[in-house]
Design a binder for this molecule. Sequence first.
Ligand code: NAD
Length: 264
Amino acid sequence: STGILAGKRGLIMGVANNRSIAWGIARAARQQGAELAFTYQGDALKKRVGPLAEQLDAILVGHCDVTDGASIDAVFAEVERAWGKLDFIVHCIAFSDKDELTGRYIETSEENFNRSLNISCYSFTAVAQRAEKLMRDGGSMLTLTYYGAEKWMPHYNVMGVAKAALEASVRYLAADLGPDNIRVNAISAGPIKTLAASGIGDFRYILKWNEYNAPLRRTVTIEEVGETAAFLLSDLSRGVTGEVLHVDAGYHVVGMKNPEAPDM
Ligand code: NAD
């Protein structure tokens, strides 16, 4: 096949449906010639993810709940059995109790704090531990973050704290794995209407705000995130590691409301 990912094999974690960012990345990676494997979280999602995997000739390597280390081990064992090696991984996984994605951050419970940080941050490191062993010819690891890691955003709360820790872990993993030519990067995506995003309070307001105030005067799509991801997964970005690359229509450079934006 041809494309910037021709000859590369990658594991995609976090497809829930055809609106998932992971799905946008998988499609772009496939278009660029990659061979793909998917995990899914539980049997309910298997019904959805199976047909999507089939569309891209991807293999299903099994159920993975990142809170269960044995299920991570199992999917990496399956990848090793099928391919013997791995060139890239895509981690599009986050979770927080919906009740704490509204109101004040200060109300966060210890239990939800630990669970959110475990699923949304530690899981990337847990996956990197397994992937390192299979990336014999170097590799590229990618995770997804959000601007709420850098600045306060309404309702993002504990997820902002988790994303800040995730972005820091990208830098530490990049330093650990650089000597083996394994690169580690994140995409900071602008708001996109997905299943996970529907848990965030006032999400429609956040979408509108970005549309009115981002330099490109619009929000971004999973196709756009996918194509930037394909670049980061490919050798075209071979000098890039430890980076958080914003795919947000430029919103992160804005310091003040656009005076021409309608009142909202
Ligand atoms: P999504 O709901 O489509 O995907 C979230 C995925 O996380 C699902 O596939 C779900 O199965 C998985 N997941 C949750 N808990 C898990 C667990 N314990 N074990 C294994 N998998 C688990 O939503 P999305 O918006 O595509 O989210 C993907 C990533 O993108 C997340 O990290 C999210 O924070 C990030 N992100 C989203 C936006 C946005 O506006 N949608 C913006 C920036 C970053």
